[in-house]
Write a protein that binds this ligand. Structure first.
Ligand code: NAP
Length: 502
C-alpha cells in the first residue's frame, strides 16, 4: 500500500497541470496514475488522421508554458502531443507518474480521513486528496447498431485509431459527422477507394482561418514573450465574444450562421448535396466546427453522404432503413464519448457509501463549482460537471480549477483541516443558478440533441457564462461553503466545526 497526500488520476492537460502546480507550490508528495502509456490524455488518444485543435493553439496551451514553436494557428495533434510531452519532461514531475495503471475503486475512509484506492495492477494507494483529471471526453461511445459485433472487416473508434490498417483503395464507412469525423473525412477521401459518410444530423462548419506562422512571428514569440502574451490575450477576448450568442440571444450568432452557410455554398456545387448538409437547428446548439476541406471532400466523386438511418450491419456491409446495402471493408466509428455519465463516477464511493454514479442517478451530474461534490470529502474534479466550453480553450478552465484546488489544499494545511466537503445547500444553490441560466442558452433551446444534454434533457456538461466569470468565482477557496473536520486520524471522534449534512 502506497500512502500519498495527493493522488491525481489522468495525465492529460488537467492531471499534468495539477502535478506541475503541486510541485511548484512545494506539495511534492503526490502520485499521478494514467491508464495510457504516455502523458497527453485526449491528445494521446485521438491520433486519427487530420486530428488538430479547433481552438487556436496559442490558447490551447498552458499560460505558464507558452510555446513559441507552434507551426500553425490550429496545430495538428502530433505537435500538441509533443508540446505536452516536452512540458512534462521540463517540469521534472514524471518520476511520480505511473503509466498503464487505472483507478479501479476509490472509497472514502471517514475514520482515516483518506481515500482508499485500488488500482488495476492490484496495488493500493491511500491518499488524503483524490484529484480526478480523468477527462470528460475519454471513454469512446460505440453505437448500438444491430449486427455491428458481427462485422468481419476492420472496425475502430476515432479515438482508438488502428494505424496498422492500410486504407488505400478500400471501401470505408465513417459513422458520425461531429468534430472528429469532419477532420477524418477529408483525409480518408484522399486515399480510400470509396467513402460512405453516415450523417444523422448535419453540423454547422465554419471556414477554418488557419495559417502557418512566419519565421518572424516565431522569433518574436520566442524572444519577446510579451508579444505572444498579447497575441494570446487578443485571441482569448475574441473567443469570449461568442458567449452572448450561446447564452443570451441565439440571433446574435447570425454572422456565424451566414459564414457557415457560405462555407457550404463554397465547398459544394450540387444543390441537393447542399440541402443534405444544411443543418435545421440553431447554430451553436451543437458544437460549431471548422474546416475548409470537409465540404469539398463530401462533394468528391468517391464520397457518398448517406442520411437514411442505419438499420443493421452485416458481415461486410451497412444496411440502411430504405433497404440499401453498401459493402464496406473498414468501418470508422466517430460517434463520440460518454459525457453525461462519467465512467469514473461508478468507481468512487463517498462518505455515505453511495458511489458518485448512484448519487447522480436522479439529479444528473452536479458539483459545486464543477470541482467538489457533497458527500465526497477531499474529492476534487478537474473538468467536472458544467465546466465544458463551446467556444474557448478548456486549458483556461483547467488552470482555474487547479488554482482553486491548490488554494483548498493550502487552506486545509494552514487551518489543520483533514477534510473539506461542500454543504449540500450551497451546492444546490450553485446548480440551481446554473440550470436557470441554462434555460435560455442555445444548447438547451436551439432545437437539437447533443452530447451536452443528458437523457433527461439537463445540460450537465457546459459552463453557461464567460470564462473570466468562472475564473473569478474560483479565484479563492471559499471555505465557508464547506463542512470541515479537524486533524485526523484520531482515536476519539475528531473535532468538527460544522455538522456534515447527509
Ligand atoms: P460527437 O460530437 O458526439 O459526434 C458524434 C457523431 O456521431 C454525431 O454526428 C452523431 O450524430 C453521430 N452518431 C452517434 N451515434 C450514432 C449512431 N448510432 N448512428 C449514427 N450516427 C451516430 O463526437 P466527436 O466528433 O468525437 O466529438 C466530441 C467532442 O470532442 C467535440 O464536440 C469536441 O468537444 C471534442 N473534439 C474536439 C476536436 C478538436 O478540437 N479539434 C476534435 C474532435 C473532437 P448526432 O449529431 O445525430 O447525434
Amino acid at each position: 500500500m502506497t500512502t500519498v497526500k495527493h493522488l491525481v488520476v489522468g495525465a492529460g492537460f488537467a492531471g499534468l497541470g495539477m502535478a506541475i502546480k503541486l510541485q511548484e507550490s512545494g506539495e511534492v508528495d503526490f502520485l499521478v496514475i494514467e491508464k495510457g502509456s504516455d502523458v497527453g490524455g485526449t491528445w494521446r488518444a485521438n491520433d486519427y488522421p487530420g486530428a488538430a485543435c479547433d481552438v487556436p493553439s496559442q490558447l490551447y496551451s498552458y499560460s505558464f508554458a507558452p510555446n513559441p514553436d507552434w507551426s500553425m494557428s490550429f496545430s495538428p495533434q502530433p505537435e500538441i502531443q509533443a508540446y505536452i510531452r516536452r512540458v512534462a519532461h521540463e517540469a521534472g514531475v514524471l518520476d511520480r507518474f505511473r503509466f498503464e495503471v487505472a483507478l479501479e475503486t476509490a472509497t472514502w475512509d471517514d475514520e482515516a480521513r483518506a481515500w482508499q484506492v485500488t488500482l488495476s495492477d492490484g496495488s493500493g494507494v491511500s491518499a488524503t486528496n483524490l484529484i480526478s483529471g480523468a477527462g470528460g471526453l475519454s471513454e469512446p461511445k460505440l453505437p448500438d447498431i444491430d449486427g455491428i459485433e458481427g462485422f468481419q472487416g476492420e472496425v475502430f473508434h476515432s479515438a482508438r485509431w488502428n494505424h496498422d490498417v492500410d486504407l488505400t483503395g478500400k471501401r470505408v464507412a465513417v459513422i458520425g459527422t461531429g468534430a472528429s469525423a469532419i477532420q477524418i473525412v477529408p483525409e480518408l477521401q484522399k486515399v480510400v477507394g470509396h467513402l460512405d459518410v453516415y450523417q444523422r444530423t448535419a453540423p454547422y462548419v465554419l471556414p477554418r482561418n488557419d495559417r502557418r506562422y512566419t519565421g518572424v512571428e516565431k522569433l518574436a514569440f520566442r524572444h519577446l514573450p510579451l508579444v505572444q502574451r498579447a497575441y494570446r490575450t487578443a485571441i482569448y477576448w475574441g473567443r469570449e465574444l461568442y458567449v452572448p450568442g450561446f447564452t443570451l440571444e441565439p440571433k446574435l450568432a447570425w454572422p456565424a450562421k451566414k459564414l457557415a452557410l457560405g462555407n457550404i455554398a463554397k465547398g459544394i456545387n450540387d444543390p441537393e448535396l447542399r440541402a443534405t448538409v444544411t443543418p435545421d437547428y440553431e447554430i451553436g446548439c451543437k458544437r460549431i466546427l471548422i474546416s475548409n476541406t470537409y465540404y469539398p471532400a463530401l462533394a468528391s466523386g468517391n464520397v457518398e453522404v448517406v442520411t437514411d438511418g442505419i438499420a443493421k450491419i452485416t458481415g461486410d456491409a451497412v444496411v440502411t432503413s430504405d433497404g440499401v446495402e453498401r459493402p464496406v471493408d473498414v468501418l470508422v466509428v466517430a460517434t463520440g464519448f460518454f459525457t453525461t455519465e462519467q465512467p469514473i463516477a461508478a468507481a468512487i464511493t463517498g462518505r455515505t457509501g453511495a458511489t458518485l454514479a448512484e448519487t447522480w442517478r436522479e439529479t444528473g451530474m452536479v458539483a459545486y463549482k464543477g470541482t467538489t461534490v457533497h458527500g465526497f470529502p477531499n474529492l476534487f474534479q478537474i473538468v467536472g460537471p458544467n465546466t465544458g466550453l463551446g467556444h474557448s480553450s478548456m486549458v483556461f478552465i483547467i488552470e482555474s480549477q487547479i488554482a482553486y484546488i491548490l488554494d483548498a489544499i493550502r487552506t486545509m494545511e494552514r487551518e489543520g483541516y483533514s477534510s473539506v466537503e461542500p454543504h449540500l445547500d450551497v451546492q444546490n444553490r450553485w446548480n440551481d443558478d446554473l440550470q436557470r441560466r441554462m434555460q435560455r442558452t442555445v444548447w438547451n433551446s436551439g432545437g437539437c440533441a447533443s452530447w451536452y444534454l443528458d437523457e433527461e434533457g439537463r445540460n450537465t456538461t457546459l459552463w453557461p457564462r464567460t470564462t473570466f466569470t468562472f475564473r473569478r468565482l474560483l479565484a479563492q477557496f471559499d471555505v465557508a461553503s464547506y463542512a470541515v473536520t479537524g486533524p485526523a486520524p484520531s482515536p476519539t471522534p475528531a473535532p468538527t466545526n460544522e455538522k456534515v449534512s447527509a
